[in-house]
Design a protein around this ligand. Sequence first.
Ligand code: ASP
Length: 440
Amino acid sequence: MIKVVKFGGSSLASAEQFMKVASIIKADEARRYVVPSAPGKRFSDDTKVTDMLYSCYDLAAKGKAFDEEFEQIKKRYYEIIEGLGMTLSLEDEFATIRACFIGKAGRDYAASRGEYLNGIVLANYLGYDFIDSADVIFFDDSGKFDSKRTYEVLSERLENSERAVVPGFYGSMPNDTIKTFSRGGSDVTGSIVAASCNADIYENWTDVSGFLIADPRIIDNPEPIKVITYKELRELAYMGATVLHEDAIFPVRKAGIPINIKNTNRPDDHGTMIVESTSQRPEYTITGIAGKKGFTSISIEKDMMNSELGFGRKVLEVFEKNGINFEHMPSGIDTMTVIVHQEEFEKAEQEVLAGIHRNCKPDSIVIETGLALIAIVGRGMRATRGTAGRIFSALAHARVNVNMIDQGSSELNIIVGVSEEDFDTAMKSIYDIFVTQKLS
Ligand code: ASP
């Protein structure tokens, strides 16, 4: 059995956190490959080492003095090293990094040093091999992840190492410069490492015990999600629920490897299992609820719209030409509504309206802003009668007016549109009916 374990920045922010990480790793023989982030925040208004590196490099790139900022970064690592009672010196590494900053090696190079150095410290502390990600993770000329070359090189390298630390977040370009994934990208590295060694599971250790059914800023102490499918996760993530980098799903999903989100500070908690499919009945009818504010609806009315061939295409063409994505498109016999992101729409509002008038000759166009969308997601909904009914009666009870309803054809989700002022009340009433009252 092979487990790939990725630890996020807050899990490796201090010597104390390193000790927790080591005991988690040592508790299970199968935890053979470890992917660390750079040291993150130790307390809420602390600065992540990655951000310190970006600002320090920005000074260097402008030819300004950066010694003070550089010293602060060194201090973060030496505090960890000393706190662990190690004698490791990173002086040579820091000298190289300093010279590369002066030589303007790039922001990606600068940021990547956070995980690189943390990887060295962790490998030494655990007694594991250190594998520099620059030697095993590759991007192509256009900056896209080069999966073919990476898998070839990385799998062979891992086969030759019983236990290793592979730093997250970066790899190398064909010209040997360093490139990083987007922020939070150590999740992606973990997923790639797991796929490369055909791991049985990819454990992603962070500072929460997995995904929660709803946003804790709106619902008090929401229940955790024990098992979620990749599809459900995608629906919820799209609506703003985040714990994991979006690109971290693909490599493991393709290889059929489940992800377990775990909490470094509460290792005995079950966490969330993310799986391709499951026969396990979900605990509640719904798996999760997520929502976002900031949508606008454009309702177009025209007599006999239903018999006009190509009407929908003509409307959508206007949005496309103005570079606006549409989110949903509920329609009636003589009306259709296009729901878009307010921010995106505002920029080209008048062009879109003029375009619709020109292209489609509607009887009227009504714009409503301040719309919030809420996605109620769950594989359990298909097999349960009356889910939609329950949602709407809960909303009616809470005196929330529903502006839009959209049920995906997969029956995996129901999306409702409400006004932004009703957002919290709507979320609470839906959570309450399915989870607190446990009407499953
Ligand atoms: N250290 C990087 C960041 O802060 C990558 C990561 O932590 O996953 O974005």
